[in-house]
Design a protein around this ligand. Structure first.
Ligand SMILES: [Zn+2]
Length: 153
């Protein structure tokens, strides 16, 4: 299917706590009953760590189609036409209160990522998870942030 959305997420974990790709794999693909959600594939293609490094979690050939092997499970009903990316964080230290916890490095990395993405796929809409679901994720206003960094879509 044709790529239509780049969806930004947070891991909904406490400020300052690192999250590994292995953590996410456990949460998403471990069987229900063993602490996981039992999904076939994780929810995100790329993970942005606290230090701004970007880790690829699911293969992608970077063309304008979402191939079956590229599909990740970030937002029900949108996965066949979306790429999902996530930053580590999204809650205050209590682990519950939604908060934009992006570090300066994560903001820089995310800006670099979306600018490169938008240059290559200008017609693909960049959105936050909260624009297609009633969740707080990714805990910041993606559209306002895109305006701030000069992306008009
Ligand atoms: Zn999300």
């Amino acid at each position: 299917m044709r790529l239509k959305y780049l969806v930004i997420h947070c891991t909904a974990t406490p400020e300052g706590r690192e999250v590994s790709s292995a953590d996410i794999r456990h949460w998403h693909t471990d069987p229900v009953g063993k602490g996981g959600r039992g999904w076939k594939q994780v929810g995100y293609t790329d993970l942005i760590h606290l230090d701004g490094s970007v880790e690829r979690m699911v293969g992608n050939n970077e063309d304008a189609n979402v191939d079956p092997w590229e599909i990740t499970n970030g937002a029900k009903g949108y996965n066949s036409v979306s790429r999902h990316i996530v930053y580590a964080g999204g809650t205050a230290r209590d682990g519950k209160t939604s908060k934009d916890t992006r570090t300066a490095e994560q903001k820089k990395a995310l800006e670099r990522y979306v600018k490169d993405f938008h240059r290559r796929f200008p017609s693909v809409r960049i959105i936050g998870h909260n624009e297609v679901s009633s969740k707080a994720c990714p805990c910041f206003d993606v559209q306002a942030w895109l305006m701030d960094i000069g992306i008009r879509q």
